[in-house]
Write a protein that binds this ligand. Structure first.
Ligand SMILES: [Ca+2]
Length: 121
């Protein structure tokens, strides 16, 4: 073995190229995969924009409570097995609590749920 160091350097270089945080490669992988955003409001309306997005894109939410109601919580369920149904995912705890009124799109279709509670006066 004339240059044993080469056998070490080559795999290390390949590894660093593959693992570097390359925005172009990230976007290339995600470019054509769009996931859908559905929404459900309880005692109010929740609007999600956009309603289709790639992984990592920001989804903005606009909650509007009915009169005498306030926003209790925002969360989404994600369809991990991609069967078009969220009940199984909710039962399995595939739920994320949304902090604020936006969230980064996960690599699954999501159902945003806004729950509004009545204001006690
Ligand atoms: Ca499911």
């Amino acid at each position: 073995m004339k240059h044993p160091a080469l056998f070490l350097i080559f795999p290390l270089t390949l590894f660093s190229v593959l693992s570097c945080n390359n925005v172009f490669l990230d976007n290339w992988w995600k470019e054509d995969i769009y996931y859908s955003v559905s929404s459900l409001g309880q005692n109010g309306i929740i609007l999600a924009s956009p309603d289709k997005a790639r992984e990592g894109e920001t989804i903005s939410l606009k909650p509007t409570p009915l009169e005498d109601y306030y926003l209790d919580f925002l969360r989404y369920a994600y369809d991990m097995n991609n069967d078009g149904d969220f009940e199984d995912d909710i039962a399995l705890g595939h739920i994320v609590i949304i902090d604020g009124t936006s969230f980064p799109m996960p690599p699954y279709n999501v159902l945003v749920v806004a729950r509004f509670d009545i204001t006690v006066s």
